[in-house]
Ligand binder design. Structure first.
Ligand code: IPE
Ligand code: IPE
Ligand code: MG
Length: 240
């Protein structure tokens, strides 16, 4: 049970890690770990949408994940993502969920891009949960892109360097939305290039549970833990 419904985090971000280890433990190929990971994701999208979380951002594929064996990369971006979107899009749309992609989709295969564009287009006016999928996403890459846009503006003299501030840098990121809570499953305690700007004041929650085993009960545990935190943002302790 969620103990304090009135203080739900508005924006939850998840580093869905541990699919490979989940599969190895069961002597299965890593790809089946990813497949099981999609099942976990479906449950979490349904649940977050039902409890009126405003934003769910999940890390699906990083700019560094291209280093993996071709077979695994292809399974993830040629097959699994397309399958997920094809099978789930109707329910996602019915639940008023809006899909957005964070990351550079240019290098993705044509079919994957088409499916993504379809899903984004179909759900663009939905007003329920904003479901961000970080795909070919890197926090450093995102900042570099923002700096490029800003440099162009300086060259064109639409702004001067003194106009650069946090708001402007945020404006050209894939998202300016700052997560209240970042959850990482799978036991590692690092951000792995996820939301490094937006996560500056996020509460971090780490669990050893592998992503395919992460159920709504685990999310509730994370939310309850979040609700015990005292967020100060550099100021003084806030009154209860
Ligand atoms: C996370 O699970 C999914 C992706 C990075 C795509 P992993 O594949 O990293 O699983 P482990 O960390 O090897 O167990
Ligand atoms: C982070 O997990 C990326 C995703 C979950 C998509 P990784 O498994 O790639 O991270 P590292 O390599 O352990 O830091
Ligand atoms: Mg991993």
């Amino acid at each position: 049970m969620i103990e304090k419904l009135n203080t739900l985090p508005e924006h939850i971000a998840i580093i869905m890690d541990g699919n490979g280890r989940w599969a190895s433990q069961k002597k299965l190929p890593r790809t089946l770990g990813h497949k099981a990971g999609v099942e976990a994701l479906k449950e979490i999208v349904r649940y977050t949408s039902s409890i009126k979380i405003k934003i769910l951002t999940v890390y699906a594929f990083s700019t560094e994940n291209w280093k993996r064996p071709l077979e695994e990369v292809e399974y993830l971006i040629n097959y699994l993502l397309i399958e997920f979107l094809k099978k789930e899009i109707d329910e996602i749309n019915r639940n008023n969920v809006k899909i957005r992609i964070l990351g550079d989709i240019k290098p993705l295969p044509k079919k994957t891009k088409e499916e993504i564009i379809k899903a984004v287009e179909l759900t663009k006016n939905n007003k329920g949960l904003l479901f961000n999928i970080a795909l070919n996403y890197g926090g450093k890459d995102e900042l570099v892109n923002s700096f490029r846009v800003i440099s162009e503006m300086i060259l064109k003299k639409t702004i001067t360097p003194t106009d650069i501030n946090e708001k402007l840098v945020s404006k050209y990121l894939y998202t300016a939305n700052e997560p209240d809570l970042i959850i990482r499953t799978g036991g590692e305690k690092r951000l792995s290039n996820f939301l490094i700007w937006q996560g500056a004041y996020s509460e971090l929650y780490f669990t050893d549970v592998f992503w395919p085993d992460f159920k709504k009960e685990n999310l509730i545990e994370a939310i309850n833990d979040y609700n015990t935190r005292n967020r100060r943002f550099g100021g003084l302790k806030m009154e209860e």
